[in-house]
Design a protein around this ligand. Sequence first.
Ligand code: FAD
Length: 518
Amino acid sequence: MVKETQLRITLKEEEQPDILVFKSALKLDIDKSDITGVKILRKSIDARKPKIFFNYKVAVYIKEPVPKNSEYTFNYKDVSKAKPIHIIGFGPAGMYAALRCIELGFKPIVLERGKNVQDRRRDLKAINQDHFVNEDSNYCFGEGGAGTYSDGKLYTRSLKRGDVRRIFENLVFHGATNQILVDAHPHIGTNKLPKVVQNIRETILNYGGEIHFETRVVDFTIKNNKIQAIQLQNGNEMMANRVIMATGHSARDIYYLLHKKEIALKAKSFAMGVRVEHPQHIIDRIQYHCSGERHELLPAASYGLVQQVNERGVYSFCMCPGGFIVPAATANGEVVVNGMSPSKRNNLYANSGIVVEINAEQDLRKYEQFGVLKGLEYQKNLEKLAFTAGGRSQVAPAQRLTDFVEGRLSNTLNDTSYQPGLNSAPLHSLLPKLIGSRLRKGFEAFGQKMKGYYTEEANIVGVESRTSSPVNIPRKDNLEHIEIEGLFPCGEGGGYAGGIVSAAMDGERCAEAAVVGL
Ligand code: FAD
């Protein structure tokens, strides 16, 4: 017999071996010796009060063995001679589209402008140390896409868009730890992600798919509103009648190309702001109600904050406990920041994007001349501004949090995890009012919600501009572009995802749609 139950375990109890068996027996009023195993289904931390609990949802196996195998199977087939589906981009959307094609018996041919994970590292080093951005290989472009050198947070609100569990099981199948199947807020970590991505690559190649790195798509041939071929930067052409376009939200050349070819696009609301960085111990003390170090069983604390300011949401985005701020620009002449963390989240800093909702209809009137690309131009301008304010390198403009809110230049800045370095700049006056004044009010409100958050020990760093796509590539119910037959806009770049898991789910859905009628 199997019974599910909820357990609340204190920090002290958590240290005891067999505590889950002991507590399960007590809760279910059964003999401990009848329990053959306890499987954790869900684990979360309840730190709302000073006495902290771990909440467990468990399956208790009574007089029967605990099954080892997962209910998920991935039935990959040899597709070396199957009909092709072309996939542009090898981020989460492209990777999962390719895997799903293989399950469905079609051959994915992936075209990725960036390098494989190993070679990509050198380009990341060049950004951090030499301030040089390789425009095809950086924190956003390359094998695994923007999700590889990230925090690998797997939390998603898009539960209705697909089978989240299937995505997680597939990550575990490719080397992620089982822990992601039970944690309420799972994450993988930037040190573990490259191996998972590499394993996914090997599955695709082993089953007969193709992956072409350092292969940028620069044009499409379209006849009678049907996709016919893909042109590559190296001058080659590939005939293609089903193309999944999963190029992510930073591939601006793709938006420009589609616009030039008069292929329908739409302006989309998005969000921009700054990244705030606190010493991790400050966040730990606030969230865990402690005065010294956090308990060794507790992970680096995170937070999620939201405040409505003058009819726009101001909210935390991609919070990275125990992490690093990274330079996420995709071109020289711009500064963009984002965050990543190792699996142990054991760095000394907690960083998070704090962004303001930008309404494409109401907030970008001065950019109307750019039509559907107005949000993209606005985003680009802010990134150029950050580049200039930082000192025209990957050094980012920054200010102490309190100086930003109180409107004065910082004489000195706090230490930071951001490798290229920080330059003190008056972000309070440089940021457009639309963003700057809302951020200032937002930070004040956050200081009320989390006592100790509003502190001169925190820096804000500019700019956090790549939260989601400012452009939507419209598609029909069958996921094909509304005008172009055979073209399937996919993932974050199409405006259909906001994170690793939702992009992966959209990749699977696009693969299922693209093979129909082939
Ligand atoms: P992308 O991952 O952007 O992939 C697009 C791919 O297409 C890229 O590899 C690019 O090189 C390729 N490409 C672009 N143009 C072309 C072309 N013309 N020809 C060929 N290839 C092309 N999300 C989370 O859920 N959790 C996190 O913890 C998290 N942390 C992040 C940290 C950082 C530093 C960054 C930058 C992002 C983070 N994100 C996180 C966001 C997440 O990575 C993205 O939402 C996700 O990767 C989007 O997936 P995608 O496949 O749609 O696009």
